[in-house]
Write a protein that binds this ligand. Structure first.
Ligand code: BGC
Length: 259
């Protein structure tokens, strides 16, 4: 077990990639706090999910874009487990809208969850990690789930790409500022993963054909394939890894169609 007795908070962990990471971390011996959006349509899943984990776990509601809720969430995690070692900023949303039609409200919502939310959760978690650190101990791990679109454009998703590009820069800055505390910060940039966010494409053969033609590996990825990298980045083996992005995309980022 590579995360034995570590305490991990994962945002948006009641579905998709977050859920895959939560399940895998629990199997690796971590105590996992599964964050979910209160009132969201998957609320019930979070409680059922943590019941099935082999380690003690907690379902914690919070809107990641609300400071008071994020502070209460981290407090609840520390009250239950006594500390916090790993924070995975996974919660994210996307809205498909041509740039010329996008509204301010849509921009604010996407940036609010994906970029501001990641900043907020990372900051509150990092403060806890700094406060609990003893001597020269390793200070903790911050992992951000960005996207291949932290770097490559995605027409129809300007706010989403701006948020993920922002997460890329933010993570690199945080990595530098928190290195003296031995807190690592890294991104995982998934490509097309079979999760609810991609349901429309997965259900439509024409879109699927189009998507698959852009993925050298020839298939969508699975949440557990993102989780494998997350386990490494969350483990002590990754002590010297900070400020990096790990692509989990079946080669999607390397695919350049010239003609
Ligand atoms: C998006 C998906 C998209 C994938 C690859 C992800 O960040 O959430 O909608 O399929 O990138 O383009």
């Amino acid at each position: 077990m590579r995360l034995k007795d570590k305490v991990a908070l994962i945002t948006g962990a009641n579905s998709g990639i977050g859920r895959g990471i939560a399940e895998r971390f629990a199997r690796e011996g971590a105590h996992v706090a599964v964050n979910y959006l209160p009132g969201g349509n998957r609320e019930a899943d979070a409680e059922a999910e943590v019941q099935a984990f082999p380690t003690a776990a907690l379902a914690v509601p919070a809107d990641v874009s609300n400071r008071a809720e994020v502070e209460a969430m981290v407090k609840a995690v520390v009250a239950k487990f006594g500390r916090l070692d790993i924070c995975v900023n996974n919660a994210g949303i996307e809205i498909n809208k041509p740039f010329l039609e996008a509204t301010d409200a849509e921009w604010a919502k996407v940036l609010g969850v994906n970029l501001f939310g990641s900043y907020l959760v990372a900051q509150v978690c990092a403060k806890q990690m700094v406060a609990q650190r003893k001597g020269d101990d390793l200070g903790g791990k911050l992992i951000f789930i960005s996207s291949v679109h932290e770097d490559i454009p995605f027409p129809g998703y300007t706010a989403y790409c701006a948020s993920k590009g922002g997460v890329r820069m933010m993570m690199r800055n945080i990595a530098m500022e928190l290195a003296p505390y031995k807190i690592n910060a890294n991104n995982i940039a998934p490509g097309a993963i079979a999760t609810p966010i991609n349901q429309k494409v997965l259900n439509d053969p024409a879109s699927m054909k189009n998507a698959l033609s852009e993925i050298p590996w020839g298939r969508f990825g699975r949440p557990d394939e993102v989780a494998s990298v997350a386990v490494f980045l969350a483990s002590d083996e990754a002590e010297y890894v900070t400020g990096s992005t790990y692509y989990v995309d079946g080669g999607l980022t390397q695919q350049v169609t010239l003609y």
